[in-house]
Design a protein around this ligand. Structure first.
Ligand SMILES: Cc1cc2nc3c(=O)[nH]c(=O)nc-3n(C[C@H](O)[C@H](O)[C@H](O)COP(=O)(O)OP(=O)(O)OC[C@H]3O[C@@H](n4cnc5c(N)ncnc54)[C@H](O)[C@@H]3O)c2cc1C
Length: 379
């Protein structure tokens, strides 16, 4: 069978399948595994702990520390593929998945006119590769510099410059702090909806641990529990333009907004080194128009506005995506209309994505092995 994508999700699943005696070939469009991690900004460290970010069958070395750096994530994933002797074909992009003509599996259309068939297919293409930029009026005519956060590496090119970062997810928040530390002359952070901000760790207790503990609790209960904790651990930043959010923490996660882990933002906002401004509405040549009708003129705009899953071309015609482009089933479950087609990495769990990818890998491998065993038992 085939696994599309050589990121942590695809590698973990390929290993879990192999461990059950199922041959799995990983198809990776770039020249290396871990392509997404190689592109992330230099300063990035995991927000989830080393132990809870490891994939099945290989712990991360202690020397990586508690919060693993981007380069060490890449090293780990390279080692993971080598250690488990995974079969990986790089430079092969799968453009479309169709039912196999004989009705027994899937036909993959890939780079160079390749056609590959497999009984089952795992889609592990990730959702951090296709930037999402809102359809802002006037953006096409902007005269100043503009980039998506996906193209940001470090603060060096922005030293001495006035930068507006748009969007206060984990990426926008960290890039804003990186710019301050890297010597940008002014850093503003445009916020539409104030986020939940949590400490990465309090007295040694990682925020991820709480995420795991509360994952199966009712959303409203978690919202209620989180409120006093936030008041205790995070100062009130409303005077600086960041009021505490009205909607509960877990409700927001369910809407797709994971809490922002503080890696310096709270301090930078309190000291006025990162200024919070209103949401971006439109662009007028070198000016940016904000929702409160002010016009500002930053030298550079960095849109930390997220990514899209971009699964439409690959599997959209199979009726397996909902109206937001998200697979209708994930992990061990295949969509009803597409048995043997599995998805991993398209959810947004409060308990950590790498941990979820590791769990999904085992679940998918178990489901595929069960199918195989049923096939063997059939007369
Ligand atoms: C900045 C950032 C920080 C994060 N930090 C954490 C963290 O601290 N803890 C945590 O648990 N999670 C974190 N995540 C979330 C998640 O763990 C990572 O995004 C992780 O890399 C997702 O793994 P994946 O395998 O699903 O996707 P990816 O890592 O994106 O891998 C997908 C692979 O598929 C390949 N591919 C895509 N399309 C095709 C195709 N059509 N054909 C062939 N190959 C294809 C890509 O080249 C890529 O190599 C973070 C995400 C981001 C963006």
């Amino acid at each position: 069978m085939y696994v599309i994508g050589g990121g942590p999700g695809g590698l973990a699943t390929a290993h879990a399948l192999r461990a059950r005696g199922i041959r799995a070939v990983v198809l990776e469009k770039s020249d290396h595994v871990a392509a997404s991690w190689r592109r992330h900004y230099d300063r990035l460290h995991l927000h989830t702990t080393r132990r809870l970010s490891a994939l099945p069958g290989l712990p991360m070395p202690r020397s990586f520390g508690r919060w693993v750096s981007r380069d060490n994530v890449v090293r780990y994933l390279e080692k993971y593929a080598e250690f488990h002797q995974l079969e990986i074909v790089t430079g092969v992009e799968v453009s479309r998945v169709d039912p196999a003509p004989d009705g027994t599996g899937w036909l993959l259309h890939a780079t160079g006119g390749r056609e590959l068939t497999g009984r089952a297919v795992v889609v592990a293409t990730g959702y951090n590769h296709t930037p999402h930029v809102p359809d802002w009026p006037g953006l096409a005519d902007r005269t100043g510099e503009f980039l998506h956060a996906g193209a940001y590496r470090n603060a060096q090119p922005y030293a001495g410059r006035d930068v507006l970062v748009v969007g206060i997810g984990n990426t926008g928040a960290e890039i804003a702090v990186d710019l301050v530390d890297g010597g940008a002359s002014r850093v503003r952070l445009s916020v539409r909806t104030a986020p939940h901000i949590v400490r990465r760790s309090t007295a040694g207790w990682a925020a991820q641990f709480s995420g795991i503990l509360v994952r199966r609790l009712p959303v409203r209960l978690v919202d209620r529990l989180a409120r006093p904790l936030a008041r205790m651990s995070v100062p009130d930043l409303s005077a600086h333009g960041l009021p505490r959010p009205d909607t509960g923490l877990y409700s927001r996660v369910n809407e797709g907004a994971v809490p922002v882990q503080d890696v310096g933002l709270i301090n930078a906002v309190r000291k006025g080194r990162v200024e919070i401004v209103a949401a971006v509405e439109s662009f007028e040549a070198d000016k940016v128009v904000l929702a409160d009708d002010t016009r500002i003129e930053p030298d550079v705009v960095i849109a930390a506005t997220g990514y899209v899953r971009a699964l439409e071309g690959l599997v959209g015609h199979l009726g397996v995506l909902d109206d937001r482009g998200k697979p209708v089933a994930h992990g061990a479950r295949s969509p009803h209309t597409a048995p043997g087609l599995y998805f991993t990495g398209f959810t947004n769990p409060i308990s950590g994505m790498l941990r979820e990818l590791a769990l999904d890998a085992e679940r998918i491998a178990k489901a595929v092995a069960r199918q195989r065993d049923r096939g063997r038992a059939a007369p």
